[in-house]
Design a protein around this ligand. Structure first.
Ligand SMILES: [Zn+2]
Length: 114
């Protein structure tokens, strides 16, 4: 993770993208998903950090099988984030420019390799 990637901002951007995707494809906002998880007691914090939201979503299978390819690719990006491999090209291993990730937080290859 390079400094230019600024983890907080990227996480927020990923959550905004996920929210939009959920609304477009499932007519359900991320806030509604989180409210449901609160009712089920899976999420116990009232104002969870992006990190907590990532972990809770990855821990449950909400974004797993049966969801759309774009939701699954968001899940993949969140997994890479938690594992620490987020933002690096899957082919050459070099950091993916922040501008590319800003446009597509699920990008897995750098401009040279794409
Ligand atoms: Zn590359």
């Amino acid at each position: 993770m390079t400094q230019a990637h600024r983890p907080d901002r990227i996480q927020q951007a990923m959550l905004r993208r996920l929210d939009r995707t959920l609304q477009e494809q499932y007519h359900q906002s991320l806030a509604e998903v989180l409210a449901e998880l609160r009712i089920r007691n899976v999420l116990t914090e009232y104002e969870p950090t992006a990190e907590t939201i990532f972990n809770v979503l990855l821990h449950t299978n909400i974004l797993g099988q049966g969801t759309s390819p774009s939701v699954r690719s968001m899940r993949g990006a969140m997994e890479r984030f938690v594992r620490g491999s987020y933002g690096f090209c899957s082919r050459c291993g070099k950091p993916i420019p922040a501008s590319v990730l800003g446009d597509d937080p699920t990008a897995t290859v750098c401009p040279n390799c794409s």
